[in-house]
Design a protein around this ligand. Structure first.
Ligand code: ZN
Length: 497
């Protein structure tokens, strides 16, 4: 076991270097550094891949498996061996050359995506995108799948998730969400959010974002926040968690809610069990569970009435003129205004999942070869019209808006909706265990909620599967009923439906 742990910790150090270089690539690196950065990241990933697929790992696992087979399957030793075996079996199916190719394609794709956005020209990105889908298909064929090549890609981000599960979840949700969007549209002028669209200077926005991050418990001794094009959170180490955000000086919500969202991810990364750092036991369990944490702080808390009762006076210190005369109730309603919009990351809670469904439909068909990358902008716009009733004026606010496909992250989007749905299940379970939580939010005390998440989600790392973790924490499997009940109640209240 000692030998296996040493090997894993060595790979984890390479992973930390790679994470930091990846963070820098999206935050500070000059565009001209892309090729050199692609090479160094490729080299690091090659070294990690060589170590994790070496026959040493297979030999150690073969020797350890008989020793742990009678232990509690969730004990440190048994869970560790099981997780390493899973990773090993997957890694050995992907040849080293392909790992390097994927890494280089990701670096080149990211730069092409930036360029295409800059020039509002999808054609500059098209071939890079086609290459990413071709690579994703090759990975699916190598990893194997039962029903759909997309399954193998989903499983990279959400262990065990199947295309058919996502289809069932999405069609159930769509049946309830689409009528809600329509009922809200009929009362569109019931909410005034015009005061959110004034001049909010960047420096104050960033300072307020930092203040709200401190309020939810993000530790700046072990993390920081920087600016980027597409906000993300990168856990370099448990003690070094990087958040990124962006600022629109003419809109309050962009930076504020990006910060809360990424801050939620950051709390999860900072809450992982340090005694296992470098081992899979200290890794976040899945993107879906990761997203429960970001959506919780962004929406369930940050867009609640109780939160603004406490936090509006704080925000007014930074923006005394812009928020002059605004009441907590007006703020609560304004930040929840719902209307179809183009950008997923800026979408309200009601329309958000429809953006995810659109991407799922397209990437599933692209990987199966049913549609062609060249037709993507048109297909995108047609789906926007179908789900949200609006057509993007250009590809920057259409098919070019997300960074994921540029970097080869295909099969990632559904985890956003899974996390959004499960965030309500976790919140309800936390409140059932600690009924003071809603009142405490109104007092600006979020420690009880964070403590519950630390205890039931963060500290478990990857010991359980995402499904097991959710069931142990909430007593039930993934279920969209509590989520829809929350949504219908909240929006009936706001819009007087
Ligand atoms: Zn997120």
């Amino acid at each position: 076991m000692t030998e296996l742990k040493a090997l894993l910790r060595e790979v984890s150090l390479l992973g930390q270097a790679s994470a930091l270089l990846g963070w820098d690539q999206q935050v500070y690196m000059p565009a001209g550094g892309a090729a050199a950065r692609g090479q160094v990241l490729g080299q690091l990933r090659k070294m990690m891949h060589e170590r994790t697929t070496s026959s040493d790992v297979g030999r150690l696992l073969d020797a350890l498996e008989p020793m742990v087979k009678d232990l509690d399957p969730y004990s440190d030793a048994a869970a560790l061996v099981r997780l390493v075996r899973r990773g090993y079996e997957r890694s050995i199916k992907i040849p080293k050359e392909l790992v390097i190719e994927m890494s280089e394609a990701g670096a080149a794709g990211y730069q092409a995506w930036l360029q295409a956005r800059e020039e509002k020209n999808f054609l500059l990105f098209k071939d890079h995108l086609a290459r990413q889908f071709e690579l994703a298909r090759r990975v699916a064929d190598l990893l194997g799948y039962e029903d759909h090549p997309y399954d193998a890609n989903l499983d990279r981000y959400e262990r065990g998730l199947k295309t058919a599960d996502v289809e069932a979840l999405f069609s159930g949700l769509r049946e309830r969400l689409v009528p809600l969007v329509r009922r809200i549209a009929e009362r569109a002028d019931a909410v005034d959010d015009s005061f959110l669209y004034q001049h909010y200077p960047q420096a104050q926005q960033l300072a307020l974002a930092e203040e709200v991050l401190r309020l939810i418990g993000f530790d700046f001794q072990h993390g920081r926040q920087d600016l980027t094009v597409h906000p993300f959170c990168m856990g370099v180490a448990i003690t070094d968690v990087r958040l990124t955000t962006r600022v629109d000086e003419n809109w309050f919500s962009n930076c504020f809610y990006s910060a809360l969202h990424e801050g939620g991810h950051g709390l999860y990364e900072q809450g992982l069990p340090q005694e296992y750092e470098g081992l899979p036991l200290a890794e976040t369990v899945s993107l879906g569970i990761h997203e429960t944490q970001s959506r919780l702080w962004e929406n369930v808390i940050g867009r609640s009435r109780a939160f603004w009762e406490h936090f509006l006076p704080v925000a007014k210190k930074y923006f005394p003129d812009q928020l002059s005369g605004v009441t907590p109730e007006q703020m609560f309603r304004a930040v929840n205004k719902s209307q179809p919009s183009f950008i997923r990351t800026e979408a309200d809670e009601v329309t958000y999942n429809l953006h995810v469904m659109l991407r799922f439909d397209l990437e599933k068909d692209l990987i199966a070869g049913k549609i062609d990358v060249a037709d993507l902008p048109d297909l995108w716009n047609a789906k926007m019209e179908e789900y949200l009733g609006i057509t993007p004026p250009d590809d920057v606010v259409g098919v070019l808006q997300d960074v994921h496909w540029a970097g080869g992250m295909i099969g990632y989007f559904p985890t956003y909706t899974i996390g959004t749905v499960a965030s309500i299940q976790l919140y309800n379970a936390a409140v059932a265990a600690n009924p003071d939580i809603p009142a405490a939010i109104g007092r600006g005390d979020l420690s009880g909620l964070l403590a519950w998440m630390r205890e039931h989600v963060h500290r478990h790392g990857s010991r359980y599967t995402p499904e097991e973790l959710l069931e142990r924490a909430t007593g039930s499997k993934l279920d969209f009923e509590p989520y829809m009940a929350y949504m219908e109640q909240k929006y009936t209240d706001i819009y007087g439906l």
